[in-house]
Design a protein. Structure first.
Length: 198
């Protein structure tokens, strides 16, 4: 019974979490531009907030967001604006000045801010709890298990996307291609911000 529930959960959550969303596209961009290891602080910030979102939503904060849908919309706008800000950091880091590029590596706080404003993960988390939380028994333990499961899955996804981006840069490692990747991934972030608004 427990195994069946796990496979149902995994079958639903895996494609949602590993699909191209704000955090994953950002991670591919970060890995491509700065390398996998320099992406780890950003990954930590993102996934700490995934865990926090999940615990809060599991314990009832989701009902608050449903009650005030306008707040959800404003957070989407803020998230889109923050993605545009990160995109311009990528554009700036595409300049040949190495010192400038080193100063533009998104850090732990950037990861925290991006994920606080990422409404995709809030929506996915609300869907997860609506499908898999049994309110008749052991709600707190279920919230913790589902929350840590979700955070583990998002950690795997963000690390995979960052590693893929880093691999892309190693495979096509020239100054011109790295600069081009910065522009491409910056433009992708702007595209994701527009998608968030639509």
């Amino acid at each position: 019974m427990v195994e069946n529930k796990f496979f149902l959960w995994f079958g639903m959550m895996f494609p949602l979490i590993f699909s191209a969303g704000p955090a994953n596209v950002t991670m591919a961009s970060l890995g491509a531009r700065f390398g996998f290891f320099k992406s780890l602080p950003f990954i930590s910030g993102i996934n700490l907030i995934v865990l926090l979102h999940a615990v809060l939503i599991g314990l009832g904060a989701g009902a608050f967001l449903k009650k005030y849908p306008g707040l959800f919309q404003y957070l989407q706008y803020a998230g889109a604006a923050y993605l545009v800000y990160l995109a311009f950091k990528f554009y700036r880091s595409s300049r040949p000045d190495i010192k400038e590029a080193a100063n533009n590596v998104p850090n732990f706080l950037d990861g925290v801010i991006l994920q606080l404003l990422n409404m995709k993960v809030v929506t996915v988390t609300m869907v997860m709890f609506s499908q898999f939380l049994d309110t008749d028994s052991g709600q707190l333990s279920q919230v913790m298990i589902l929350s840590f499961g979700l955070a583990s899955l998002t950690t795997g996804a963000t690390m995979t996307w960052a590693a893929g981006g880093a691999w892309l840069t190693r495979t096509f490692a020239s100054e011109k291609s790295v600069r081009l990747q910065g522009y491409i991934f910056g433009t992708m972030l702007i595209g994701v911000s527009v998608w968030m608004l639509i």
